[in-house]
Design a protein around this ligand. Structure first.
Ligand SMILES: Cc1cc2nc3c(=O)[nH]c(=O)nc-3n(C[C@H](O)[C@H](O)[C@H](O)COP(=O)(O)OP(=O)(O)OC[C@H]3O[C@@H](n4cnc5c(N)ncnc54)[C@H](O)[C@@H]3O)c2cc1C
Length: 402
């Protein structure tokens, strides 16, 4: 049974993450929102601390902390790396989402490596920073439409294609690239490859200017006859048309709860700041009285907070399931859908409730409303999560329900 209190052993991590968020992230939040594309050097020290937490096996507050240990013996209820990482991520994103996305060695590629790499690869890529490149100019939500190719040639695969909107694409040491071994064989032929910076034929073309998470670098990458050693393929090279996408898609079961956690964190930040402003303005939120008997602003606040609670609980559930080796694809998509939308609704709702202060750069509310939108887009949009949930609940395949 899931226990909804923060597990005792995660409390230290949560406190440390909260401290880092308030003492490191918050003070530089506005500075790097304005200085788009500039690396926040203040993160270097903190990154070393996170490395320590991740190698302790108890998770941390970044993507590198997630791993599903399929071979562990069932020993009852387990609060492991996924739950700890989600709890840490919530705290860090209470501080600043873009800063967490800019943390060295905590990229989504690290989560892919942590999720599906073999022991030799885990060791070889330990301590490096890895981005994740799926999206292409002609392929976003429909990741089965990937056109980047990987052609076998002796001890190497030769990669050709273009990837767009790659988070940490410029700063990371490597990129986990999704490419097809054979376009005619569809989804099953899509594999992921770790491509290290400096590999001939791998080029960062440009950085994007964005609405939010402006401290995070988002890159366009090109692969032109880029030769990648065979041992950099993650998972199995076999093309099993019966299993389809299973290998590469497995990463999402671990990363979607993480993105949901980012959304929960930024929503909580906005709620806390708004409650403070409401109190200052003489509006008390009373939890013992029905919402409809309170000030309209308090009633609105209570509705936003209820949505936040639902998102928070779904997020914890999906991570807890991953730790307890329960299939969590449905819950991971539910959490991502609910939390992504809630972060957008809550942060914009808080901008409204705070009036002119909410819209001005005097507070961080306007920034949070810009930062939150991406959490409803990457790692699968709101609509795609709903599609996945519907397929799972109705027992339909991706070709039956598109
Ligand atoms: C800041 C930022 C960072 C990113 N980081 C990364 C990264 O690190 N790595 C990476 O690989 N990608 C990354 N992305 C890309 C992101 O994952 C894609 O933008 C996302 O998957 C959507 O793809 P798309 O933009 O091509 O939209 P499309 O797939 O073209 O979708 C457009 C709209 O149509 C909707 N839609 C599509 N199909 C359906 C359907 N079947 N039913 C109903 N509605 C549908 C979508 O929900 C969306 O609203 C990033 C994007 C941004 C903006």
């Amino acid at each position: 049974m899931i226990n909804l209190e923060v597990p005792k052993k995660a409390k230290g991590l949560v406190n440390q993450a909260r401290q880092a968020a308030s003492e490191v992230f918050r003070p530089i939040s506005r500075k790097y929102d304005r200085a788009e594309h500039e690396y926040p050097v203040e993160l270097d020290m903190l990154a070393s601390l996170l490395d320590g937490l991740n190698t302790s096996g108890e998770g941390g507050a970044g993507a590198a902390g997630v791993r599903r240990k399929e071979d562990e013996k069932d020993s009852g209820n387990r609060n492991g790396g996924n739950l700890s990482t989600v709890l840490g991520t919530i705290e860090m994103c209470w501080g600043d989402v873009a800063m967490l996305l800019s943390m060295p060695r905590q990229g989504l590629g690290n989560a892919a490596i942590a999720s599906v790499a073999n022991d030799e690869q885990l060791e070889r890529f330990a301590g490096t920073w890895s981005a994740m490149a799926i999206t292409e100019p002609g392929c976003g939500s429909d990741s089965a439409a990937i056109t980047t190719t990987a052609t076998e040639d002796g001890d190497h695969y030769v990669l050709n294609g273009e990837k767009i909107f790659v988070t940490s694409g410029e700063r990371a040491d490597s990129v986990v690239v999704w490419a097809t071994l054979d376009k005619d064989l569809g989804r099953a032929a899509i594999k992921s490859f770790v491509v290290e910076k400096g590999t001939p034929g791998f080029e960062v073309v440009r950085l994007e200017h964005k609405l939010g998470i402006r401290a995070s670098d988002t890159a366009v990458l090109r692969f032109d006859n880029c030769r990648v050693p065979k041992e950099n393929l993650l998972g199995t090279p076999e093309i099993d048309t019966k299993k389809g996408f299973a290998g590469v898609m497995q990463t999402f079961d671990n990363t979607r709860p993480l993105v949901a956690a980012m959304a929960v964190g930024v929503a909580r930040a906005a709620l806390e700041e708004t409650e403070r402003l409401l109190t200052e303005a003489g509006v008390e939120v009373d939890y013992d009285r029905p919402a409809n008997l309170q000030h309209a602003a308090a009633a609105r606040y209570l509705r936003l907070e209820a949505d936040y609670e639902a998102a928070y609980l779904l997020t914890l559930e999906s991570a807890w399931m991953a730790d307890n080796r329960k299939p969590n694809s449905l819950q991971a998509s539910m959490a991502k859908a609910k939390a992504g939308r809630t972060a957008v609704d809550v942060t914009l709702g808080c901008v409204e409730l705070a009036g002119t202060l909410g819209y001005s750069e005097e507070s961080l509310l306007e920034k949070w409303s810009r930062d939150s939108k991406i959490l409803d887009i990457f790692e699968g949009t709101q609509q795609i999560q709903q599609l996945i949930v519907a397929r799972r609940l109705l027992g339909k395949s991706s070709s039956e329900l598109k």
